[in-house]
Design a protein around this ligand. Sequence first.
Ligand code: NAP
Length: 276
Amino acid sequence: MKIIDGKALATKMRVELKEKIEKSAIKPGLAVVIVGEDPASRIYVRNKIKACGEIGIQSFCYELPATSSQKEVEDLLDSLAVNPSVHGILLQLPLPKGFDSESAMSHIPVEKDVDGFSAENLGLLTLHKERVVACTPLGIMKMLESEGVDLCGKRAVVLGRSDTVGKPMAMLLLNANATVTICHSKTTDLKEICKTADILVSAIGKAKFVTADMVKEGAVVIDVGMNRDETGKLCGDVDFDAVKDKASLITPVPGGVGPMTITMLMYNTCITAFKE
Ligand code: NAP
């Protein structure tokens, strides 16, 4: 078993991005918009802003109160859409209750969609013409690539079908010629399906849901989940201690997928800034 060190890979990729930015005449700019006081979202935003500063991306942070109107949020996004210093716009999700996220997201032009959540970017991914891809699944692909995992002809199982993680993850694996099964809360025989996986990606948000008896000997196990265990400690979807001896490669939580997600946000900001 080998633990995939997402933190180390993220650090390496950030150094490469920093060098690229230093050599460029364009200073990439990322605007982050957060609505409301959700403490977890605030921490995510703070981490993103800090990471941008470290590699030379200019960040613009807008904190709006939960009492803001839908129009105020959308007007701000419209102004960022035409701001030439802003190459990427990130609207921190979820928005507080009562907001229409889909409508708000539609005010982010595709050229500045660094999350890859727009219908156009998701469509391009489906057509295997991907341009900007959702940060978490993209970071997972970079980790698999760095470990030399050959996906062609392998059986991949993705737990979770969210538009932001599960679906784009499945599409990337399919585009890499894996045979992909997506499981969700209505899936029957989930355990049997998981046991067929050469590559198992869990993105459901349930602490220690994936147990050793669900994992094939030698499988690659990627844990996207960010949960709290019974003692309040951060943990993934996978019962790491029990599964690690069966897996050939496994990501830890923390220190696995999380640091790569933020790095991919910066990677995507460079794509939109440099029009790659
Ligand atoms: P989400 O939108 O809540 O989607 C969860 C998915 O899991 C849904 O498709 C749901 O099925 C499925 N699911 C829930 N319970 C299940 C069960 N018992 N059996 C099978 N499937 C089940 O969550 P998300 O945004 O994709 O995030 C998933 C997890 O990843 C969360 O813990 C989140 O915090 C974490 N995350 C981490 C990062 C990172 O950078 N590390 C980034 C993003 C998300 P239905 O569709 O049928 O409801």
